[in-house]
Design a binder for this molecule. Structure first.
Ligand code: SF4
Length: 142
């Protein structure tokens, strides 16, 4: 309840003060809670190992994540009314890499469920994969 009240206050301030002669007001939220971000923000940028690996309109990313890491994040949250998801949330094996010891290739490849041999050779660029959608992954459908 407190979280909902704080978010309502902040989004109300942005809505009321968001435009003006001095440039208005914006807000950046940093969270791993895609549900909160999807309902509070206009756009989301998802980071892994210090890099943006997906970005786009918040609701589109929440409803249709394209990068495997974003998909894992979305799947990790229990769904209301689904006891199986609540008591056995899905997750990823392993841990994020230390910033000074990133693996070769895609930094996510040791944990990626769809990694291909090429993923340990080269680092995917952040490219447009749909209108207003960017992702850094060799395997994302465009
Ligand atoms: S580039 Fe390969 S390892 Fe990296 S996220 Fe895409 S599929 Fe997974």
């Amino acid at each position: 309840m407190v979280q909902a009240q704080v978010l309502e206050l902040l989004t109300g301030l942005v809505r009321d003060l968001g435009t003006g002669p001095a440039g208005g007001m914006g807000m950046i939220l940093i969270s791993h809670d895609l549900g909160v971000l999807g309902t509070t923000c206009d756009r989301i940028a998802v980071m892994y190992a210090g890099q943006v690996i997906e970005s786009g309109p918040a609701l589109e990313i929440f409803d249709n994540p394209k990068h495997p890491y974003t998909r894992a994040l979305a799947a990790a949250f229990p769904r209301v009314g689904d006891p199986a998801a609540r008591y056995a949330p899905t997750g990823l094996p392993g841990d994020p890499p230390y910033p000074g010891y990133l693996p070769n290739g895609c930094a996510f490849h040791p944990r990626c469920p769809i990694a291909a041999p090429a993923c340990s050779q080269g680092s995917p660029a952040l490219v447009e994969v749909a209108p207003r959608r960017m992702a850094a992954c060799f395997e994302v459908d465009r």
